[in-house]
Design a protein around this ligand. Sequence first.
Ligand code: ACO
Length: 325
Amino acid sequence: MRARIVATGSYVPEKVLTNFDLEKMVDTSDEWITERTGIKERRIASPQQATSDLAYEASISALKKAELRAEDIDLIVVATVTPDMLVPSAACILQMKLGAKNAVAFDINGACTGFLYALSVAEKFIRTGASKRALVIGAETLSRFTDWTDRSICVLLADGAGAVILEPTDKDEGIEVIDIFSDGTLWDFIHMPAGGSKMPVDENVLRERLNYIKMKGNETFKVAVKTLEEVVDATLKKGGIKSSQLSLLVPHQANIRIIQAMAKRLDLPLDKVMININKYGNTSAASIPIALDEAYESGKVKRGDYIMLAAFGAGLTWGAALIKW
Ligand code: ACO
């Protein structure tokens, strides 16, 4: 038994924040951001929207496309580092909003690799028969944890959500390989110092701006390129196919230069690589399912195609999946 993606959905908030808007907020330029990251604009949630609201819209879209009701779902896994609140999970709040009364619901924190972590867990539920129909979501409101005075990070992060529905299949299709990894020794490359049990928020935290995500961008960049190249190579090998057989690479959208390096390593032309970082920035766990939905809707993915998903993020975490669509 394998798990197959039967529908995709996505949602991005209406508000667009352009590089030119950011030029007015911090010492940066459209030229620097475009050249160093590939980002031109990104979406920002409204003050009324929390992560579960974005996840709800993406889920409804996927359910509609699959012609399913929320009651048909028996497992909800939300990948997020920005849940509505620490307790309960965003997945339980989403379950309530959807009315998915037959589901078990929980969150996974795998940062930018979060969607692959959630997909990997849900795939095991499906393969073992523990779930018949799973809703897997990547959703983030990173704008709430972004220091809008720190130019090294505020130009990168953004909000959005994407969802997929998984069902079992006994045919030669679906998720062929999915592997996830972590290295906690590099935890401080990307982290938010305060707001957890180690450093509860107090006046000092607010004054020192420790309740925002910090990133060692350059160090992270180097590890990301090397690790992603290795993981896609290993995944192709495990799947027994060559990169020339891939119809599409759907990478986490962290930096256009990281994506280009992966494409070069795989010898893939850029029209076989899903790129939408220019429109949405880095939406962490949401980036792959948003890109996947856009790829499917624009006809870039067809039944029988081989596609590769690959991500890297805080933790450090990374992973890849080979899917026969
Ligand atoms: N505008 C203008 N200048 C800037 C900006 C900005 N927004 N940000 C940094 N700079 C400056 C720096 O101060 C530095 O100036 P200096 O040379 O005078 O000291 C210069 O630009 C170069 O800075 P670097 O940090 O070396 O720039 P780099 O080319 O590495 O790009 C970036 C930075 C975009 C963050 C890149 O390192 C990157 O993408 N890293 C990987 C991110 C990633 O993959 N993260 C994992 C997922 S994220 C998650 O899990 C939430």
